[in-house]
Design a protein around this ligand. Structure first.
Ligand SMILES: Cc1cc2nc3c(=O)[nH]c(=O)nc-3n(C[C@H](O)[C@H](O)[C@H](O)COP(=O)(O)OP(=O)(O)OC[C@H]3O[C@@H](n4cnc5c(N)ncnc54)[C@H](O)[C@@H]3O)c2cc1C
Ligand code: SF4
Length: 826
């Protein structure tokens, strides 16, 4: 590694999508670590190969699909050798040698040589006018042929073949698609959807020869036609072969690297030679090769991580989905839709509207999806499939899409965003308009939700506009939009996801934040404002009796145990159990309010009294006085149990069936003080008239004549969500057990800052029922763990602060007068 500047040398072979994505990811992690040299066989810069289809259809120009131009490489000090194919890798002396003799030594080598198109070796396949569809040369050749000739034949009725055929038709050619099978895109579509697709393409003028095998390509110098094994022939001045791709392994094989169908790599993207990594279509990982970009991006991230010597992150394979980039044809497919006796089909067909949807379910989970004509919900089905979410409870409405399962924020977004003007506000939290987002996507070549968040801040706060931003990505990028990566790290300090961090904390007995940082190779020494609060919560939830809460890892409201208001004052909410108070308590609150000159006293939405406008410095004394009157903190500031709202129930109300007030008090006494991933609210209504609005709470109880209905996962916030019905129980003791067990399950399973509503949508109500209702033993164990952690959790933070704990937090900052300047008399 002795370069002039002593940096290790990284050489990339293949200036394509996967290789350069890896370099980009690497530069994000460590911009100066390597001296980087890139060799690309193609004479152009790095371009977006998947946009060749829109270029062929004249919907984009070559300039518009360039990802990184020469200046980009120069600005980052990367040496780029365009149009130089590497012919040999000398692994002994660690150098690569190009066709023209150019050499470059390496310390680490990255192979990203992509694929070669398969050319069927029938007689005539080398004639002029026979091309593949892989690079800019091929597109140029097709465009030139379309200007001089009339008849095109595309061999292959898969994704690529149909995109080529569509492009050529858009250039005015008469196009015949030849396909070996009797339905199109047989690996992505079932016969029904394939038939509809063929119908709409035929309406546009495309011709088909289905179940036809090519025997020979005819012509002397230039192609004139194609003959099939049944003896029939079709006229052709241009033949495009789009029958598949083969990983480009020749160079790796000649260097002695182990290759099967592709260059074999492990989960860190390393080949059998530890100094050589490989990514992209040339790679074979756990037996699989890929021909779409989404997996390559996941590979690129992992590979960059290892090149940057962080040593964490594994690639575990990808699930892929397919869209066809033919304007006006909406088609989506993902997973395995073949089906057998162990699977069930949900099918919707509206032939008049040209809409077909088929979901294949196995064990109550989506295993495959084919959508034609209405693909709006494709990414949602894909997400459910990837997360393995049980769908039994939403089965009735599943085919009608996400908009029909009570998720009011996500209805028909694609068409909604398409119709919006550029100045329409998409992200209210950060004031970002549609035009800004679309421009950022196009200008900065953004592909993922994370990219858009980083560049525009849209969808970075409350998240309720996430669906809209995703639709904008999908409509702006067309086919090359890939959904957010399956695995999302907690923050930039780590590549581990929330779930992985939680699992490691319990599995490896990690009981301090430093232990987590060390065991999981955190990239920053002390974490950041995003990961610290999450870790603090996970450690508290896992080790309630061993872990010491870290105040510095809490947001200001939780540190100060009061809500900070817009003028910098705080609001104080004493706990009033079940919303029931006494004249003595009211008097005490009134006296405190007067003593500390509280300007506003207000009832909260959860039936509690809010003392607003308190100076931070007054908080400890006020808490002491409230404590003396018997109050504890209402945790109105915390990611914790907030309130249990109640109605008057059977004690006072004509309709009340049970003592909803008393039950609410019991619930609040049991669960106050517990920290949860996000705020947690409960309510108890005395009858189905539901005056306590129990069906929009995280846990709601509705009393009925024969017992208690339990409801979960409601939310009255920005995105209103009605609860799901969990089960019915008969006694108050059971209500307490189920409530404690539900809270504990949420505490142990949800990600930090995930409320119960999105959590249940992600994991599925079925799973919650399986663990809580069907499995009594598990429910009892969860309840026991909840009660055990409550033994130490029910400490009033106000009392601690009133006794002087963390006093520095409440000492006002006094401005220090600047000393007089030297030589200037006062
Ligand atoms: C027309 C078309 C449409 C597509 N549409 C989609 C789509 O809608 N969605 C989707 O997900 N995917 C699509 N794909 C697939 C996607 O483009 C590929 O999966 C992706 O480009 C593969 O990236 P890669 O880096 O592995 O290979 P490439 O992007 O092909 O890059 C490999 C590079 O290595 C170079 N190279 C090879 N050997 C050498 C050597 N010895 N020395 C130097 N350089 C070398 C090649 O010239 C090439 O530039 C499409 C592909 C095509 C062709
Ligand atoms: S929910 Fe029923 S019991 Fe409770 S106050 Fe309303 S009507 Fe009365």
């Amino acid at each position: 590694m002795d370069t002039a500047n002593d940096k290790p040398r990284l050489v990339l072979i293949g200036n394509g999508m996967a290789g350069m994505r890896t370099v980009e990811e690497l530069l994000k992690l460590t911009p100066d670590m390597y001296d980087i040299t890139v060799f690309g066989a193609e004479p152009w810069g790095n371009y977006n190969r998947i946009m060749l289809s829109p270029v062929l259809a004249s919907e984009k120009t070559v300039d518009e699909i360039m990802l990184n131009d020469d200046a980009w490489y120069a600005e980052r000090g990367i040496t780029l050798h365009k149009g130089r194919r590497i012919e040999r890798i000398d692994r002994v002396n660690r150098r690569v040698i190009a066709e023209d003799g150019t050499e470059a030594p390496y310390d680490r080598l990255l192979l990203a040589t992509g694929s070669d198109p398969v050319m069927i070796p029938v007689p005539g396949h080398e004639l002029e006018g026979v091309v593949a569809f892989r690079d800019i040369h091929d597109v140029d050749a097709m465009l030139a042929a379309s200007r001089a000739h009339q008849h095109a034949v595309v061999i292959g009725g898969g994704l690529l073949g149909l995109e080529a055929a569509n492009g050529l038709m858009r250039q005015g050619m008469e196009v015949t698609v030849v396909h070996l099978m009797d339905h199109l895109m047989e690996r992505q579509l079932d016969a029904e959807a394939a038939g509809m697709l063929r119908g709409s393409l035929e309406e546009r003028g495309m011709r088909f020869r289905m179940a036809h095998q090519t025997e020979a390509i005819l012509g002397e110098d230039r192609v004139t036609g194609v003959r099939f094994t049944d003896g029939s022939e079709v006229e052709a001045d241009l033949v495009v072969m789009a029958v598949g791709i083969r990983p480009n392994t020749a160079l790796a094989e000649s260097a002695g690297l182990h290759c099967e169908r592709g260059v074999v790599v492990n989960d860190t993207m390393q080949t059998y030679d530890p100094s050589i990594y490989a990514v992209g279509e040339c790679v074979q990982h756990r037996g699989a090769t890929y021909g779409l970009v989404a997996p390559l991006w996941e590979q690129a991230k992992v590979c960059a991580n290892h090149l940057a010597e962080y040593g964490i992150g594994r690639y575990e394979g990808s699930m892929t989905s397919t869209k066809l980039k033919v304007t006006g044809i909406d088609l989506f497919s993902a997973g395995d839709f073949t089906g057998d006796e162990t699977t069930e089909d949900l099918v919707f067909k509206d032939a008049a509207r040209g809409v077909y949807k088929r979901l294949v379910l196995k064990d109550n989970r989506i295993q495959g999806a084919v959508l034609y004509g209405d693909t709006l919900d494709g990414s949602w089905y894909f997400q459910l499939m990837r997360d393995g979410t049980p769908v039994a409870d939403i089965r009735e409405n599943l085919l009608f899409g996400q908009a029909h399962i009570g998720d009011s924020g996500h209805g028909d977004e694609a068409s909604r965003v398409a119709a919006m003007p550029d100045n329409a506000e998409i992200c209210g939290c950060n004031g970002v308009c549609k035009g800004e987002i679309v421009q950022a996507i196009s200008e900065h070549k953004l592909f993922t939700l994370e990219d858009v968040r980083a560049h525009t801040k849209a969808s970075n706060s409350c998240g309720s506009c996430t669906g809209l931003v995703e639709s904008l990505l999908a409509t702006t990028l067309g086919g090359d939009y890939s959904d957010a990566p399956a695995k999302k790290p907690v923050c930039a300090c780590t590549d581990h996801s929330h779930d992985e961090v939680r699992a490691a904390i319990t599995r490896d007995g990690l009981k301090t934040m430093d232990a987590v940082f060390e065991a999981l190779d955190w990239k920053t020494p002390n974490g950041c404002h995003v990961c610290r609060p999450a870790l603090n919560y996970y450690l508290l939830a896992a080790w309630p009796k061993d872990y010491q809460d870290d105040a510095q890892s809490r947001f200001i409201n939780e540190r100060a145990h009061g809500n900070i208001q817009k003028d910098g004052t705080y609001s104080v909410v004493p706990r009033i159990w079940g919303g029931v108070t006494t004249p003595a308590e009211l008097r005490a609150i009134a006296e405190v309010a007067e003593r500390y000159q509280v300007p506003t006293v207000k009832f909260t939405g959860g039936q509690r009294i809010d003392l607003l406008g308190v100076k931070k410095a007054d908080l400890p004394a006020m808490w002491r006085d409230l404590g003396d009157a018997g109050f504890v903190s209402g945790h109105a500031y915390g990611k914790a149990l907030r309130t249990v709202k109640t109605c008057v129930g059977s004690e006072w109300c004509r309709f009340g069936t049970q003592d909803s007030t008393g039950l609410g008090i019991q619930l609040e006494r049991m669960s106050w003080g517990s920290w949860t991933p996000h705020k947690f609210k409960m309510a108890v209504s005395g009858c189905p008239r539901n005056c306590a609005e129990a069906t929009i709470k995280d846990l709601g109880v509705v009393c009925v004549d024969s017992g208690y209905e339990l409801h979960v996962g409601g939310n009255g916030g920005v995105k209103v969500r009605a609860t799901d019905f969990l089960c019915k129980v008969e006694t108050e003791a059971e209500v307490l057990e189920y409530a404690g067990a539900f809270m504990q399950f949420y505490r142990e399973d949800a990600r930090y800052l995930e409320r119960t509503a999105p959590w249940i949508e992600r994991v599925g109500l079925t799973r919650v029922k399986e663990r809580l209702v069907d499995d009594a033993e598990n429910r009892a164990a969860l309840y026991a763990r909840f009660l055990e952690s409550q033994e130490v959790a029910q400490v009033d933070p106000w009392a601690e602060r009133a006794a002087g704990h963390a006093a520095h937090e409440f000492i006002p900052i006094t401005p220090v007068d600047a000393p007089p300047r030297q030589g200037v008399s006062a």
